[in-house]
Write a protein that binds this ligand. Structure first.
Ligand code: MLT
Length: 404
């Protein structure tokens, strides 16, 4: 009899957002008359902007013409997109990144799940707690996380770095030395950030400990404050210790189109092994390139029109964030995030458990959010609302929450 990858059997429950989806569908089926407002998963609601749509149409027409038809995309991405990314995302911020260090992909979720493959099976991972579940789950699948303690909801071989209101959502350096440190900033789920000086400390720490930071910057477009870095490469020394992952989902609404990229600097080396070359090898073997049409759409995000139009969408979502944040504050809740990120992280009332508050909100306000404990044990007693809904739904959801 063949054998399965038994690491998969260790995974508790289903993926967080699948569990929520099932619960909400069951509630909707049992209550067909109720209008449910969904502020759970961070999925965008605004359509793709005109500059992106125009680029898509143009690229589709090119694919219909034998003279401009394209087959397989270069597996690391088209030069037109990689060059644009370097100019607009990195050079413009004073970061020293070259096009052959950019790997275009079908999104940040895939990259953040796959990147662990280029590291040794015994690598110790450190994650913030709460954390985007993909980082831990993908390491569970790879057999790197040890034994699961169902009561504590922790893995024996994962180093957890709590980020709570007590430490101002700033992870502390772990007592045990990690090999891989996952940092998502602006943070999903807490919506909080680090200053440049705080991130610099992490870069210095990683260089000193010969660890790698996997820096998920999917929400960088939402940064409003000056002292918050958009890229880890704004910090000195990051080229020798950091991989950065970016997404087009949140800044330009590509959740259904799929596009992202990962930066692996050539200076990032384990001895004389260049991690960039390993990722290039992995990418070349397992990936056939993001579609030409989608890469052209990605390029359009950086055009003057695309930039102005996507900035407007970001402002739209951040108006929702203010509505949610201020509404919760008015109603007496303790609230975090929502200033440099499209997530609002709140304390549940009266010490309620996160999943109990989820049920309470769904049943009594017909509003869906995400239980903090779904992101890790330190998320217990917290709850996340997303600003990616429509303005009308954000306002309506807050009216209902205030009326509880
Ligand atoms: C979230 O809600 O945390 C995100 O939408 C998940 C994702 O981007 O994969």
């Amino acid at each position: 009899m063949y054998q399965v990858n038994e690491n998969y059997l260790k995974l508790p429950g289903s993926y967080l957002f699948s569990t929520i989806g099932k619960k909400v569908n069951a509630f909707a089926e049992a209550n067909p008359d109720k209008e449910i407002l969904r502020l759970g998963i961070g999925d965008v609601t605004q359509p793709l902007c005109p500059a992106v749509i125009e680029a898509l149409h143009k690229a589709v027409d090119e694919m219909a013409d034998p003279a401009t038809f394209r087959g397989y995309a270069p597996d690391l991405g088209y030069d037109f997109l990689r060059n644009t990314i370097v100019e607009k995302d990195y050079k413009a911020r004073g970061c020293d990144i070259s096009p052959d260090e950019i790997f275009v992909s079908d999104g940040a979720k895939s990259d953040s799940g796959n990147i662990q493959e280029i590291f040794g099976a015994c690598s110790k991972i450190a994650v913030c707690d709460p954390v985007y579940p993909v980082y831990v789950d993908s390491n569970v699948m790879a057999g790197r996380t040890g034994i699961y303690d169902a009561e504590a909801e922790t893995w024996s071989d994962v180093i957890y770095m709590p980020t709570t209101k007590e430490n101002g959502f700033v992870p502390e350096k772990p007592e045990k030395r990690p090999d891989l440190i996952y940092l998502c900033l602006p943070n999903n789920p807490t919506g909080t950030t680090l200053t440049k000086a705080q991130l610099q400390e992490w870069v210095d720490y990683a260089n000193k400990e010969e660890a790698v930071i996997i820096f998920d910057a999917a929400y960088e477009a939402y940064i409003a404050e000056d002292d918050v870095p958009h890229s880890i490469y704004e910090c000195d020394g990051a080229r020798t210790c950091a991989i950065e992952i970016r997404s087009f989902s949140k800044n330009a609404g590509f959740t259904g189109l799929r596009l992202g990229f990962t930066v692996v600097p050539k200076d990032l080396k384990a001895g004389d092994v260049c991690l960039r070359d390993l990722w290039a090898r992995r990418h070349g073997t397992k990936f056939n390139g993001a579609p030409y049409i989608v890469q052209r759409a990605g390029e359009a995000v950086y055009s003057p029109e695309g930039k102005a139009q996507t900035d407007e969408q970001i402002a739209y979502y951040m108006r929702n964030a203010s509505v949610i944040r201020n509404g919760l504050l008015d109603a007496g809740y303790e609230v975090f995030g929502g200033i440099n990120a499209p997530y609002i992280w709140m304390k549940t009332p009266d010490g309620m458990k996160s999943w109990d508050f989820f049920d309470h909100l769904l049943e009594n306000a017909n509003v869906v959010g995400t239980p903090g404990s779904g992101f890790g044990p330190s998320g217990e007693g917290y709850f996340r609302l997303t600003a990616f809904g429509t303005y009308e739904n954000s306002v309506a959801a807050l009216e209902r929450i205030k009326a509880l």
